[in-house]
Each structure stands twice: as structure tokens, then as C-alpha cells.
Design a protein around this ligand. Structure first.
Ligand SMILES: [Zn+2]
Ligand SMILES: [Zn+2]
Length: 605
């Protein structure tokens, strides 16, 4: 026994002080200043490592398996995305982090000794809240002109700000119930409850919002690259942001209301509950709102930046939480450290590796025969196998791999069952059929019809008042939307020798690429346009598929037709957006749009 140079209290000889965790060869102002992370002394305190921050109670030798599981899960999701099996990939991506969390519970029995209902409660609450907020997101999903306008209120305000804030609040509300329970009195408990609830929430919300994609069959059409970026976002970037944000807020709440009085101000401003909760909301909103004005890849990069920030925040909270109460209790009997395997005195920190024993699994009373009565951090139970050389890690990986595979298989089966039957084209270019010739009708004066005239360019059109309403218009463009908000028709025009129909189509296509996820040419024979054109003038046209996506996730596939034609130096384009998964709805929208497009009258005709 000698006195620790940092805290001045007696500690047995070793690398680290068992009371304050400071290295014994250094004299620090406070042990909090040590550079080692209290839950993983081999890592720096401020280094944003994913696994040791999100799963701080994992003994470090288990960490490798979690890295493998995380990398393997991500690789599986990316592979499914590259194969364009989006529905299955979406399920796998949504459940990747929750499965890893469940594995963490299994591994660590984190709330063990305390009833496991606490972990069940956080998972169940997170799932329920995610389902409810997901259903709300579906009810408030963009419709009408907002379908292809990410700057609209439905995207920017509801999806980018309000729903994410509601999500943070809902994810924090579940753990708050446990704040009153004196058995969960450690800062680490608050961090874990918050992070776990957020993981379950994110997964449930992504699945509920993605219902339209899951219902569209095994192959939701779209281009692979933006989808892969989006899938990685759903699998890792987005849940990690929520987990770190809500986990930090939970840690701050626990530190303020559960930690010893002397430690309550240890996190400074970040430990003030109102500031911590506000910061959590700000982080999640900063992540979500960027989806509305960036491409999938840029958004992923931005989320990774926010993830690193969130990880540092959570890590600081966990670190401070583990250093709380430098106990004055006597040094206990020797235990084997679950982190390094060395036998040392039981107190607050391991004298050999410096890990906070609180960051190690609690061990069931009774323990295994032949070992002293287990204490927190002692090596017993399932984890004992690790040091005896048994490969329990393989079992862990098999458990994780098989549950992820099972999830993906169930997702595949559901998607296959929900898939619409293969379609065969009813008509071809050689043998056109099924569409009666539509006579050009006068632009006004027809009962039940309304007309619209472009004051700047002189062209006009008419539409059935029961089928369409004007969502917005300018002097050159009109946007019509179906009353149920599921269909959209935009007629736009431009004058100039350089503006060819093909150029105008290209302009429309690149504008849509920014608003929809994975816009790609639809090569299905059954979907092709039979003779495109605008207002009796023939011109080029193509059909595309894409997916409506919000910050909450990919929502539903849509079918997009773009066509254009020119006369004189005026070029008019038409863009039709219709739901892709319901063939009846899609057919109706396209037929009604056809009627309007055929009614377009060129100036001077
Ligand atoms: Zn000390
Ligand atoms: Zn140790």
C-alpha cells in the first residue's frame, strides 16, 4: 500500500490506482484528466470508437467479435443493395443495430441481478414508440406536389424537424420511467437505457415507414449506388446518431439526479439536463434535415461527421460516469479482472489494466463453483470461458449471423409474397391497342372541365375538375395534383432555339434525381410509353422508377413518365408521377394525365 499521486489515497502497488483509476506513475490534477477511456483503458478518452462507446460494458476481448459482426452485417446489407434486393436489404439494415444490441445484452447480461425487465422495457418501449412515430410519419407523408419537392413543408418541417424531435422525446420518455428506480443509479445505466431505446426506435420507424418498399416485392426498382448509401445510413449512420444523442441525454439525466452530489457537475454544461436534451434534439435534427437538400452519398458523409461528434459526447459522459464516487471503502478480496485476466484487489478500478470495474459485467450471485464470491468485474459466468481458451466468441458470431440471416430470409419471404405478379405488355409499338383516339377538345367551355393558359408562352390545356386540381402555377408552368394526392402532373415549357425536347427532358430528369431516391429508367416492357408526345405533337419520352424518401426512410416506389415535344421554338414537357405498387391507381393516374397532355394546345394553332 502506498498513496496514489493523484488522489492521495492509499492504493495497492500496480499500474493504476484502484480508487481513482489514474496511472500510478503520473501526478494528475484530477483523475478525470487521464487520457485512457475508463471503460477501455487501451483507447483514448476522446477517440470516437464505435463499439467501446456504444457498448461500454463489453470486456475488451469480446469487442473483436462485435467489430466482425458489425462489419459482416454491413457487408451483407451492401451486397443486397448492389444486387438491388432493396426490400430485403432494408429489413436487414433496419435490424442490424438492434440485433447487435440484443447480442450485447446476452453477452453482458447488462442489467443482470437486477431484473432483465429493464432491458426488455427499453427495447419494447423503443419499438412501440418507433412504430407509432412511423405511423404518424406515414400519415403525414408528402403527397401531391410535395411528392417531388423536398423543400416542401412535408419534407423540410415535418420530416426534417418535427418528427425527429418527437422521436428524441419519445425515445427519452421510456428510460425516464426507470430514473425513479434506485437500482439503476449509475450514469452508465442512463446512457445504456437511452442508447438501447434509440436503437429499437430507429429500427421500428424505418420498417414502418418502409412498408411501401417492402410491399413492392423482391426488386424495388431503382439504381444501386444511391440505395447502397441510403442502406448504410439506415443500418449504421442514422441509428448511431440517435443512440449517441439519446444516450448522452440519458447519461446527463442520470448524472444530475442519480450520481453522488459531488459528481453532479462533473460534465459541466453538457451535464445540465435541459442543455443535454436540447443538444440531443439538435444533433438528430441536424442529421435529419440535411436529407431534404443533399444527395444520398453526401447525406451519409454528413451523418458520419455528426456520428463522430455524438460518439465523443457519449464517451465523455460514460467516462465521467465511471469515475464518479472515488469510494473511500476498503480494498476488497482479490478478483480476476474480466478485462485483462489479471488477479487484483477488488475496488473501483483494476490495478493492472485500469478499467473501471463498473464497466464490466455484473456477475450473478453464487457465480461458478471454485471461485470466490463474485463481485462486479470479476471473471465468472459465461465470460469465464474466454480466458480458459474456450471459443465462446464463435458461438456469439453464429448467433448474430444466424439471426440476421433469419431476419433477411423472413424479409425476403414477405417481400416475395407481397410481390405483384409479373406483367406482360398488353400492347406493343407494332400493335397499339387499348387507348381510344382522343379528339382535341376546345380549351374551355366544356362542362366539368377547367382550363389553364400560360400567359408568358401562350400554350393552354384543360383538365377534368374532378380528376385534378391546380397545386401551383407560374407564367410558364402548371402543377396538377390528383385529389387523393397520389398522382402528379407537371407541364412546363421553355422558348429558345437551344432548348430541344431531349434537353428539356434531361433537365426534368436531373431535377427529379435530386428529389427522389434512385431514379432509373424503367426497362419493364409492360411500362413503356406507346408513342410519346405533347398535344398531338410527337416527341421523345421515357418511363422511370424511383422511390419517395424522407429523412425517416425510403417510403414508396413511384413510376415517373417524362415526355416533351417542340413546335416552332417552343418546347413543352410533361412529367407524370404515379404510385408504382398499385397498378390500378397507376393506370388511372396515367390515363387521366394522358387526357390532359393530349389537350395541350400550341400557341397559334
Ligand atoms: Zn488514486
Ligand atoms: Zn484488468
Amino acid at each position: 500500500m502506498h498513496d496514489c499521486p493523484t488522489c492521495g489515497q492509499p492504493t495497492p502497488a500496480g499500474n493504476y490506482c484502484v480508487r481513482c483509476g489514474a496511472p500510478q506513475d503520473l501526478r494528475l490534477g484530477r483523475s478525470r484528466q487521464r487520457r485512457q477511456f475508463a471503460a477501455a483503458p487501451r483507447e483514448r478518452r476522446n477517440a470516437p470508437w464505435l463499439v467501446s462507446t456504444l457498448f461500454p460494458q463489453l470486456p475488451r476481448h469480446s469487442e473483436r467479435h462485435f467489430h466482425i459482426a458489425l462489419a459482416g452485417g454491413a457487408a451483407l446489407v451492401i451486397a443486397l443493395g448492389v444486387l438491388r434486393l432493396f426490400a430485403i436489404a432494408l429489413i436487414g439494415a433496419a435490424l442490424l443495430m438492434p440485433l447487435l444490441t440484443a447480442l450485447y445484452f446476452y453477452d453482458v447480461d447488462i442489467y443482470e441481478g437486477e431484473p432483465s425487465w429493464a432491458s426488455a422495457w427499453t427495447l419494447a418501449w423503443g419499438t412501440l414508440a418507433g412504430v407509432l412515430v412511423g405511423m404518424l410519419a406515414n400519415a403525414l407523408a408528402p403527397s401531391g406536389s410535395a411528392l417531388i419537392d423536398k423543400a416542401s413543408t412535408a419534407h423540410l418541417v415535418v420530416g426534417g424537424v418535427l418528427l425527429p424531435l418527437l422521436g428524441v422525446g419519445a425515445a427519452l420518455a421510456g428510460p425516464l420511467v426507470l430514473l425513479r428506480d434506485r437500482r439503476f443509479n449509475e450514469t452508465l445505466d442512463g446512457a445504456s437505457f437511452g442508447a438501447v431505446t434509440a436503437a429499437a426506435f430507429a429500427a421500428a420507424q424505418a420498417v414502418v415507414v418502409g412498408g411501401g418498399v417492402l410491399g413492392s416485392g423482391l426488386r424495388a426498382a431503382g439504381s444501386a449506388a444511391p440505395w447502397v448509401a441510403r442502406l448504410v445510413t439506415i443500418a449504421i449512420a442514422s441509428p448511431v446518431l440517435s443512440m449517441t444523442a439519446v444516450g448522452s441525454a440519458g447519461a446527463a439525466l442520470w448524472l444530475r439526479y442519480r450520481a453522488p452530489v459531488s459528481d453532479r457537475r462533473a460534465l459541466g454544461l453538457l451535464g445540465v439536463p435541459a442543455i443535454a436534451v436540447g443538444l440531443a434534439g439538435a444533433l438528430v435534427v441536424a442529421g435529419a434535415v440535411a436529407e431534404t437538400f443533399t444527395a444520398a452519398g453526401t447525406w451519409l458523409a454528413w451523418l458520419i461527421v455528426l456520428d463522430l461528434l455524438g460518439l465523443v459526447l457519449l464517451r465523455r459522459a460514460v467516462h465521467v460516469g465511471l469515475l464518479e464516487e472515488a469510494s473511500e471503502a476498503d480494498v476488497g478480496p482479490p478478483v480476476r479482472c474480466a478485462n485483462c485476466g489479471a488477479t487484483g484487489p477488488s475496488h473501483t478500478f483494476c490495478a493492472n489494466c485500469g478499467v473501471a470495474l463498473k464497466a464490466l459485467p455484473k456477475v450473478r450471485r453464487g457465480g461458478s463453483p471454485g471461485l470466490p464470491a463474485p463481485a462486479r468485474g470479476s471473471f465468472a459466468g459465461r465470460l469465464e470461458a474466454e480466458l480458459r481458451g474456450r471459443r465462446s466468441g464463435r458461438r456469439r458470431l453464429i448467433a448474430y449471423g444466424s439471426s440476421l440471416t433469419a431476419v433477411v430470409a423472413v424479409g425476403g419471404a414477405v417481400a416475395a409474397l407481397a410481390a405483384p405478379p409479373p406483367r406482360r405488355p398488353r400492347c406493343t409499338r407494332a400493335q397499339q391497342c387499348g387507348r381510344p383516339p382522343i379528339e382535341p377538345r376546345p380549351a374551355s367551355g366544356f362542362l366539368g372541365y377547367q382550363s389553364w393558359h400560360s400567359p408568358a408562352l401562350g400554350y393552354s390545356l384543360r383538365f377534368a375538375a374532378g380528376d385534378w386540381t391546380i397545386a401551383s402555377d407560374t407564367s410558364t408552368e402548371v402543377v396538377l395534383q390528383a385529389p387523393d394526392g397520389l398522382g402528379l402532373l407537371t407541364v412546363d415549357a421553355a422558348r429558345g432555339a437551344a432548348i430541344t425536347p431531349a434537353a428539356l427532358i434531361g433537365r426534368q430528369r436531373s431535377s427529379l434525381q435530386g428529389q427522389l431516391l434512385g431514379l432509373v429508367l424503367d426497362t419493364n416492357q409492360a411500362d413503356q410509353l406507346l408513342g410519346a408526345g405533347v398535344g398531338l405533337a410527337a416527341g421523345p419520352g421515357s418511363v422511370y422508377t424511383a422511390t419517395i424518401a424522407s429523412p425517416q426512410g425510403p417510403e414508396a416506389p413511384v413510376s415517373v413518365a417524362i415526355m416533351a415535344a417542340g413546335e416552332g421554338n417552343l418546347t413543352i414537357s410533361a412529367v407524370v408521377v404515379a404510385p408504382a405498387e398499385n397498378l390500378d391507381q397507376k393506370g388511372t393516374v396515367f390515363a387521366r394525365a394522358d387526357d390532359v397532355i393530349n389537350s395541350i394546345r400550341w400557341p397559334g394553332r
